[in-house]
Design a protein around this ligand. Sequence first.
Ligand SMILES: Cc1cc2nc3c(=O)[nH]c(=O)nc-3n(C[C@H](O)[C@H](O)[C@H](O)COP(=O)(O)OP(=O)(O)OC[C@H]3O[C@@H](n4cnc5c(N)ncnc54)[C@H](O)[C@@H]3O)c2cc1C
Length: 512
Amino acid sequence: MIDARAAHDPSSDRRIRRIAIVGGGTAGWMAASTLARALGPRVSIELIESAEIGTVGVGEATIPPILDFLRLLGIDRNNFVEQTQATYKLGIAFRDWLRPGHQYWHPFGLFGAQINRLPFYHYWHKAKVQGLAPTVSAFSLETALAEANKFIFPQNTLGIAQELRYALHFDAGLVARYLRGYAERLGVVRLERKVTGATQRDDGFIDELVFDTGERLRADLYIDCSGFRGLLIEGTLQTGYDDWTRYLPCDRAVALPTEIIGPRPPYTLSTARPAGWQWRIPLQHRVGNGYVYCSSHISDDAALDDLREVLGQEPLADPRFLRFVTGRRKLFWNKNCVALGLASGFLEPLESTSIHLVASGLYCLLDHFPDRSFDAANIAHYNAQMIDEFDRARDFIVLHYCATERTDSPLWQYCRTMPIPDSLTERLELYRRTGRVFQRQHELFTSLSWFFILDGLGVEPRDYNPLIDSVDFAQVKSLMRQLSGTVAAAAAAAPSHDSFFTASALQRRAAR
Ligand SMILES: Cc1cc2nc3c(=O)[nH]c(=O)nc-3n(C[C@H](O)[C@H](O)[C@H](O)COP(=O)(O)OP(=O)(O)OC[C@H]3O[C@@H](n4cnc5c(N)ncnc54)[C@H](O)[C@@H]3O)c2cc1C
């Protein structure tokens, strides 16, 4: 007879007892914090990092789920904002992407109102067909606030602001420090060591990490957060990499911080340039700038000169050059190793996806948390889910390039005719024919986000949704007038974004 208690006796035990995280960048400390919080003291967690190698140190813009991540860890938002010199972000302004001189918005939050169960953008299509020239800022509070450099938090009392969505811009170095403190308080042990490699068991699973001191460390589960090099997932396990350079040809970046001049905008500014694009991210204490470019169209020196010239300001630090290959590992979880952050793959930072994908990988890991038998079906399910999320995010970013009208440089000429993933072709076609976009399961970007980019880039549907004709359009127009009035009034009444970072505002927040 089977003794049910023995069968479930944790001491006969296949439980994971020890986790080693390699890497102390944003990904490593996010992993340490989340796993320590979720697993408690029964699982020991060691994080190994090497000051000699250092971190990427960029990664300053986020998307709204960052606030869920903070909530999950029980971190006080105000304290986090204080400690990481963060500002608030209501979306992204894309300048010169369709053609020089053009600008469009990808705001967070709602757009207009649902009417008869149908999203507002279907009515927007009909309004355009009828010759109206609606603007996004009339129906998106986030855009109206961003255009005026203003900000408010979601507010229960103010109808339209109830659903306001925002994210953070922060200093990546300070975030890693903050999360390190958090994780260490929960018992995570940090080891300052250089990992030179890992030994494997007969079945290929990682057995031990080997340090340059000659010491070794054995764990049940290894989390590879070692950055682009993918020390374990690639170096040891040779998992393979899907290279997406043909869809996303930018492969380098140079970052250059400057002083704040003028108000801090509550949005990321992304400006297309002849050989790539430039980011501008306002923090409390400085502005993060960078140029993401394609090395076959511009040299490092020319990219830096170009960036310096458009900034027209003395930088606060030396330029930081970064090289990358856009793509992802063929598997994110291989045997007893899960790769997160840059070790798992890289999507250029156009839509601030990387830090979110770390969090998403962690939630997915908790949903699939293994025991030491490392069930293959469980691992396959994790990989399928994460691959789907990565690939759909890739499609979304490719859209920003492929729908351009620019012909002024070899990069943009390439983007107009480059191959695009079949999954993106299907979406584009469906939108062009019907004006519809559908969000898939596990997809980060909503139908509304897809709409903002498609519409912003001038992709016009052949027709609008026929169901719209069953609604009295005079009433719709009247509702549109009402909505735009409400948005404008709420934006006019809002305080400036900068007012959240005056000395007295910071003191008030700290005291709360
Ligand atoms: C140009 C650029 C702009 C970006 N902008 C954004 C953005 O706006 N928003 C966003 O979400 N993301 C952005 N990202 C991505 C973001 O920077 C990363 O996702 C994030 O920083 C996580 O990095 P990481 O922790 O995976 O790697 P890293 O920061 O590279 O950290 C790697 C760690 O591994 C350790 N390590 C490596 N090898 C060894 C070894 N042999 N022994 C011991 N330790 C080792 C290092 O010491 C380091 O601690 C950007 C990336 C780039 C390149």
